[in-house]
Design a protein around this ligand. Structure first.
Ligand SMILES: O=C(O)CCC(=O)C(=O)O
Length: 253
């Protein structure tokens, strides 16, 4: 990490619950970067995909309940892979490049891609753990908060059910996000032991919130993932087409 770090607060130190765990939620004051952050958020407004849907298992249509876009140089990444889907790369704007550089220099986080999630009051992201394939795994996942405050909810991960713990079985922590702060899910154990999500809560319902996560992509190593995505997509389309055809085939008399 670099010497002149912005002021920082430890929101959660999981070692207090599980001694030895290397998992902390850190919050940085980024008010000095507010102009840079505003300009980056503004520059992606026409690039969002709203509530993207994708074909899940058995041809089921699933929805991401928010607006999403992924910015990088096309030479660096095919895009952001999620649920065996691909959010293709949008050529990164100069404003985003500038913010990414500031994050790299200030926090020493290796990154060449930025994922934007924009939440209106009804939007949410379910509890999940981040795949650290495209994350600087030495340091964890770094995000910037912009706009309205939302609850960022952290839960203990239940290895038995392979899901976030129910409240009766594990601990939950709620944090109200603050504009112009950095949220750092630090460090190597965070995504292993804890989930995170942004629930839709009626009491937290004013305006838009954007989060920006900083990712490190390598197009060469994504090639296999890309081929698997293309194959899977073909398969899902065939399944969906045959389900559709069966629905419309009249039974013979
Ligand atoms: O909006 C946030 O703070 C979380 C975003 C997130 O969890 C993700 O993109 O995986």
């Amino acid at each position: 990490m670099h010497h002149d770090l912005p002021s920082m607060q430890v929101l959660l130190d999981y070692a207090r619950v599980v001694p030895g765990a290397d998992a902390r939620l850190l919050q940085y004051d980024l008010s000095d970067m507010s102009g840079l952050i505003d300009r980056a958020v503004e520059s992606v407004q026409t690039s969002y995909v709203a509530n993207p849907t994708f074909l899940g298992r058995g041809g089921k249509i699933c929805t991401m309940h928010r607006r999403v876009c992924f910015m990088a140089k096309s030479a660096d990444s095919y895009g952001y892979f999620y649920s065996k889907q691909l959010m293709p790369t949008t050529p990164i704007t100069p404003e985003c490049l500038e913010l990414m550089k500031a994050v790299r220099v200030t926090f020493g986080i290796a990154c060449n891609g930025m994922l934007f999630n924009e939440y209106d009051p009804d939007s949410y992201i379910s509890d999940h753990r981040d795949d650290e394939k495209n994350i600087d795994s030495k340091l964890g996942v770094f995000a910037i908060n912009h706009g309205a405050s939302r609850i960022f909810r952290v839960k203990e991960y239940d290895r038995t059910t392979k899901a976030a713990c129910a409240k009766s079985r594990g601990m939950w922590w709620d944090f109200a996000t603050q504009a112009y702060t950095g949220l750092h899910m630090f460090c190597v154990d965070f995504q292993e032991l804890l989930t995170h999500g942004v629930p839709a809560l009626a009491s937290f319902s004013e305006g838009l919130r954007t989060s920006i996560t900083f990712r490190l992509h390598d197009k060469e190593s994504e090639a296999k993932q890309y081929e698997a995505f293309v194959r899977g997509q073909r398969k899902r389309e065939e399944t969906s087409a045959s389900l559709h055809a069966n629905k419309h085939t009249k039974p013979s008399a």
